[in-house]
Design a protein around this ligand. Sequence first.
Ligand SMILES: NC(=O)c1ccc[n+]([C@@H]2O[C@H](COP(=O)([O-])OP(=O)(O)OC[C@H]3O[C@@H](n4cnc5c(N)ncnc54)[C@H](OP(=O)(O)O)[C@@H]3O)[C@@H](O)[C@H]2O)c1
Length: 440
Amino acid sequence: MRSAFTDTSGIFTRSYSTQVCKELSGLRNARDLRFNNTFITGRRIVLAKNDWKGKLSNPTKDPSACQLQMTSHSTTRYKVAVLGCTGSVGQRFIQLLENHPWFEVVAVGASSRSAGQKYSQACRWKQSTPLPNYVKDMEIRECKASEFPEVDIVFSGLSNQVAGDIEEEFAASGKAVFSNAKNHRMDPDVPILIPAVNASHIGLIEYQRRKRGWDKGFIVTNANCSTTALCLGLKPILDRFGIEAMIVTTMQAISGAGYPGLPSMDIIDNVVPFIGGEEPKMESESLKIFGHLDTEKIVPASIKVSAMCNRVHVLDGHTECVSLKLKTRATCEQVIQAIEQFPPFTRSLQLPSSPERDVVYTDWIDRPQPRLDRHTGNGFTVTLGRVRECSVMDIKLVLFGHNTVVGAAGGSIINAELSVAKGFIAQKGKQSVYAAVSRH
Ligand SMILES: NC(=O)c1ccc[n+]([C@@H]2O[C@H](COP(=O)([O-])OP(=O)(O)OC[C@H]3O[C@@H](n4cnc5c(N)ncnc54)[C@H](OP(=O)(O)O)[C@@H]3O)[C@@H](O)[C@H]2O)c1
């Protein structure tokens, strides 16, 4: 028996031939090994890098079950590009990816209006932290896959008007594409991924590749920003009590409309009770996200959802008032307990961008609020509050999520981290970093 190892940047596991396994099985005491030119019963473990640590796992009586697991603390980072780099979401990518331990931004792309210019010339930087040095002089490229040969991963903050075809072209050319646009979200073979909610949906990538004939590339999408906050916030309640129906009314920030967004004359001193396409998106995407993976498709959850979406005079962060009909009756205290006991999923996977908690509960009577809660977990955490009884449904509450962090760029980054951790992304120039067992 000999099966291929999977390189997941941080970890790979390799199964050896029966003969080698027999020999490795003899090393029951060698549970923690540091390899570089290490000898194992006459075989040499050859490494291209020095910083791999090996662990002999599950040595059983069945020699073919023996595995050697290698962990890398390699500093070789995946080369990534940000498309739509000048926009609201694109700028957030540029900000969040500065000094990222796994990803290095080596290229940026935008429209032909910006292409050819330095990032600092073309972009009107609107983030509250300084424009990172690493990107200032980077030349913006046209969004064609042939312009990005060196890149493994593409983060897309492209406008819906162009994202569909461009993202497909990049995926077809072998890139792992993490999209924020609506274009591919409802494709049956594309997951809308929120790791703390539906990590198993990542399995759809295998089918997507087979179906589209892509060997390395794939597309994973984020939900629409208000849907991400809704699904992440309600996940603890869904898991514990089940949800039959929900009514959600949103108060969504201006940055959700991109830059420059709404004219100031339309939004100052105002609430606009219409966001084009938002209500149907919340109603359909949430069911796909809460659905279950059935090999070649996601079977949507059967929950009745009604959404009402409003644009309000807030810069960043969407607030949502939600009423829920539960499958199993619960008191407010039990609902709060479910939220507080929700396991820190992304932290448990040790993903670099994971917040301490994916979801938190605040017991301040007048929270969550955008100005006070948008930085919780660096914008990666959804905050819930005001759980109380509902006389029409069962329970009502308020939840809040940062639209360009957890709801967009940050969500994509966590999705890419999960994809790396699960071994879905190949890395150029890193193929040589593996342990080879050879006769010495
Ligand atoms: N804002 C949010 O909170 C949020 C949340 C979740 C999802 N989303 C989705 O994320 C995407 C980006 O949203 P945004 O708010 O960041 O929009 P935005 O501020 O309007 O930015 C759009 C980006 O797309 C680029 N672009 C436009 N036309 C192009 C073309 N023909 N070829 C290549 N690039 C082109 C623009 O580049 P130029 O500067 O060169 O024109 C800009 O970089 C949208 O699909 C949106 O629905 C947004």
